[in-house]
Design a binder for this molecule. Structure first.
Ligand code: ADP
Ligand code: MG
Length: 307
């Protein structure tokens, strides 16, 4: 494209909230063959709400999971979970804390807090070790997550993120957060697919939740990569590009930055973290997945009309 065409395309993009980081990017976008969406905050709104608190133990279901003096009850489970998550910035954590506050549950401060990336948190509360997170987080600590497997699966099939809670080495319950799918997500997926662009999803979240969201927006289950650790997102993009495919990665998080940098085109959302925006080639100021299609159209129009 001529410099003039590039300027026009860049300006049209800007007016539509699609920021291209330079003329070569503008030219490149039309050649994208696959789009990989991050799930949380990209296809979904990223505004988590606490939806479920389940206590396990004799008082709850007679399963005898809690071997201590008594089952904690739902308020107790939430009290420990909120205490442990108080210092975490993760949206899942913020929703747990807000949920406890909304239910007027007084929770203590944790004495000690540690993020376990991709898995959850470990904290010391009232002298006890509290874990909130994935099945693996608990099993790595020698706690068997299987007594709540049915509960987890039913929450995950609804597209919720379920987290196990352990206190003092005992599984005490499950909490779940839900997020809303963006209203235009399914239209964006359909529009890309009808142009012959294959659509994928990648997420740190569990397989079942990921598939529920993928199904809702029309992404083929075979194109879903779940339980991808933050450091492995870039590798996942690389493996899609291995056979020469030109991939656009769309994401919002710090976790997504290496994958955005690795992709043929990295696309960040305007509300995303600065790290993601810096790593990206394109920024979608309106946070609208449909603007991925708009970016491709602008790229095509610029280069075909004014050659
Ligand atoms: P995502 O890609 O969805 O942002 P992450 O890689 O941050 O996912 O986390 C993966 C999984 O680890 C989450 O789905 C959740 O089960 C668990 N997890 C991460 N952080 C926390 C936390 N602060 N509290 C509880 N669970 C967490
Ligand atoms: Mg995200």
């Amino acid at each position: 494209a001529t410099p003039a065409a590039t300027m026009v395309g860049t300006a049209i993009g800007a007016r539509n909230g699609v920021l291209f980081k330079g003329g070569d990017i503008l030219e490149r976008v039309k050649d994208v063959e696959s789009v990989v969406f991050d799930k949380t905050g990209t296809l979904t709104k990223g505004e988590m709400t606490l939806t479920d608190v389940v206590a396990v133990g004799p008082a709850a279901d007679g399963a005898g999971v809690v071997t201590g003096d008594e089952a904690l009850g739902e308020a107790g489970v939430l009290r420990y979970a909120a205490a442990a998550e108080r210092d975490s910035e993760h949206p899942l954590a913020r929703a747990i804390v807000a949920g406890a506050e909304a239910r007027d549950i007084d929770f203590p401060e944790a004495d000690d807090f540690e993020n376990v990336p991709g898995h959850g948190v470990r904290a010391t509360v009232e002298g006890k070790t509290v874990l909130v997170g994935t099945r693996d987080l608990l099993s790595d600590d020698g706690i068997d997550p299987s007594p709540v497997e049915d509960t987890l699966q039913s929450l995950e099939s609804d597209g919720k993120t379920a987290m196990l809670v352990a206190v003092g080495g005992e599984l005490v319950g499950v909490v779940a957060d839900a997020d809303e799918i963006k209203p235009s997500a399914a239209d964006a997926v359909a529009a890309l697919q009808s142009r012959g662009v294959s659509v994928h999803m990648i997420t740190g979240d569990n397989e079942r939740t990921a598939r529920a969201v993928a199904e809702a927006v029309g992404i083929d289950p075979d194109n879903v990569r779940a339980e991808v650790l933050p450091e492995d997102k870039a590798d996942a993009v690389e493996s899609l590009q291995a056979d020469g495919k030109r991939v656009m990665m769309v994401g919002d998080g710090v976790n997504d930055a290496p994958a955005l940098a690795t992709a043929f085109v990295g696309t960040a959302l305007g509300s995303g973290t600065d790290v993601a925006i810096e790593a990206a080639d394109v920024t979608l100021m309106r946070d609208d997945p449909l603007d991925v299609v708009k970016a491709i159209r602008i790229s095509e129009a610029t280069l075909t009309k004014i050659k």
